[in-house]
Design a protein. Structure first.
Length: 229
């Protein structure tokens, strides 16, 4: 596993749980608004040794409920399943953040009951997806397969979209919500400039527009909330 960072305690990343957050390296997308841009194609093979991580985790038994695995894109890692099995063998729950573009690997994790919570990022409406991801000609079929897999999995999950003036309109958010109609929850995340964007310039929507987006998404999803305001 290419492990690039560790936040030893989070009360936010794994809903309802105390957890640590593990950052993996590598991603198939090139979103110009990425807040973890240094993790997209890290120059090194990993800054945290697996043994070091599991030594740390062993000291957190009874103190943490789980591990939130994020990136980058964690499913880029070919040994992700074996890695998660080691985490679960220590008695911890696992939350996965994913962009959904590795449905076969994702299905294997679901079939083996290795995940307790999943947060899947939906970048935009279909017509704007490729541009939003920085990948011209991007095939959306794998992502749509993962959406269906998740919605039929029976585990707890959320969908989320980081919204920006340059990429998203209320109509885009409604189109996304319509595509995941019946999902239990959908989060709109207000864009915040971390100062380490992948490329380009992005800016936040005003609150009135965010509320309009939320109201349009609520036509299809019972719980729609805004994060970051």
């Amino acid at each position: 596993m290419n492990l690039q960072g560790l936040q030893k305690l989070t009360l936010l990343d794994f809903p309802g749980k105390t957890a640590c957050t593990l950052f993996t390296g590598g991603c198939n997308l090139r979103c110009p608004f990425c807040h973890n841009a240094p993790l997209i194609a890290p120059a090194n093979g990993g800054v945290i040794d697996e043994t070091e991580f599991f030594d740390f985790l062993s000291t957190r038994k009874g103190k943490l409920d789980g591990v939130a695995i994020t990136g980058g894109e964690p499913l880029v890692q070919p040994d992700i399943a074996d890695f998660i099995k080691k985490i679960r063998a220590l008695g911890f729950l696992v939350k996965l953040d994913t962009n959904g573009f590795y449905p076969n690997r994702f299905k294997s994790l679901l079939d083996e009951h290795l995940l307790d919570y999943v947060a899947m990022d939906l970048k935009n409406s279909d017509g704007k997806y490729a541009a939003t991801c920085g990948r011209p000609g991007l095939d959306l079929t794998p992502m749509k397969q993962s959406v269906r897999l998740l919605m039929e999995s029976g585990i707890d999950y959320e969908f989320r979209t980081t919204v920006m003036r340059e990429f998203h309109t209320p109509a885009d958010i409604e189109a996304i919500a319509k595509g995941i109609a019946g999902a239990p929850r959908y989060y709109l995340q207000q864009f915040k400039d971390s100062g380490i964007l992948n490329e380009g310039s992005c800016s936040a929507h005003d609150e009135e527009t965010l509320f309009a987006m939320r109201d349009r998404a609520k036509k299809y999803i019972p719980t729609v909330e805004i994060r970051g305001i």
